[in-house]
Design a protein around this ligand. Structure first.
Ligand code: ZN
Length: 253
């Protein structure tokens, strides 16, 4: 057992060493590498619709496993929200990205709440609360910051979810609302009559997605009152291995 553990550790060290370099520097774990690992699903629909934030791409950190999106979220929170110097802000993190959640959990934030709609097949840490985005159990104008990434594409009533997010967001608060979005199509593609997981994967790029957003995604957010800023910070951080095409969608109240 011990021998096996040592052996796998040695293997990992050798493997990591083979990726050492100066092209990338992971903001999460500090690993400096010459390349990044392939991540994401290789599905024709994601390529055909030019879906940003999904699909097969080169974007994983060999050391910590962070994706390009994880690093984008992390850097925005660190440098633009200044989250680590602002410990008292009230944060709701929906469907939390593990790697981001682990960092925020350990960072001494005083009001950091994680929520996810529990499914039977998945194990959640005990600090994650079972929560439905269509019925957020908090009063109006409660949160300074809401993180809700890659969730809305799972929810048929996405406008109702956006309304709930707007409701619990404080005036001047901000919500980060990343979704897989087609670069090519203006109009969102959705069809709720499709319920077969395989068919959903073929049409929407994942077995439990109900749509692929088009550029009209912003109109949907606007329709519930959110003022949307589309931010691209990738140029500021050329070494972080961010996706140059991935904008942040920041909704404000
Ligand atoms: Zn890393």
């Amino acid at each position: 057992m011990l021998k096996k553990r040592i052996l796998s550790k040695v293997k990992r060290t050798i493997n990591l060493a083979s990726h050492l370099g100066i092209n990338y520097s992971c903001p999460i774990c500090g690993f400096k590498s010459k390349d990044l690992s392939p991540i994401g699903l290789d599905l024709p629909v994601l390529k055909e619709k030019q879906v940003i934030g999904a699909g097969r791409r080169i974007g994983g950190c060999y050391k910590c496993g962070s994706t390009d999106r994880d690093r984008l979220i992390y850097v925005y929170l660190r440098d633009k929200v200044n989250i680590f110097n602002n410990k008292s802000i009230k944060i709701l993190h929906f469907a939390p990205e593990r790697i981001i959640m682990n960092i925020l959990m350990k960072s001494g934030l005083e009001n950091y709440i994680c929520g996810d709609l529990f499914t039977e097949t998945y194990q959640y840490p005990d600090y994650v609360r079972n929560m439905n985005v269509l019925n957020i159990p908090f009063e109006d104008n409660y949160f300074d910051l809401i993180l809700c990434n890659h969730l809305l594409e799972h929810v048929p009533a996405d406008i109702d979810a956006m309304k709930e997010i707007y409701r619990v967001l404080k005036p001047n608060g901000e919500a980060m609302l990343q979704v897989p979005i087609s670069k090519k199509f203006d109009k969102t593609i959705e069809d709720f009559s499709v319920t077969d997981p395989k068919e959903r994967e073929t049409l929407f790029g994942q077995f439990d997605h109900v749509r692929i957003y088009g550029q009209d995604y912003v109109d949907r957010l606007n329709s519930v009152g959110l003022k949307v800023e589309r931010v691209n910070i990738s140029k500021e951080y050329p070494k972080y291995g961010l996706n140059p095409e991935e904008d942040l969608f920041i909704g404000r109240k």
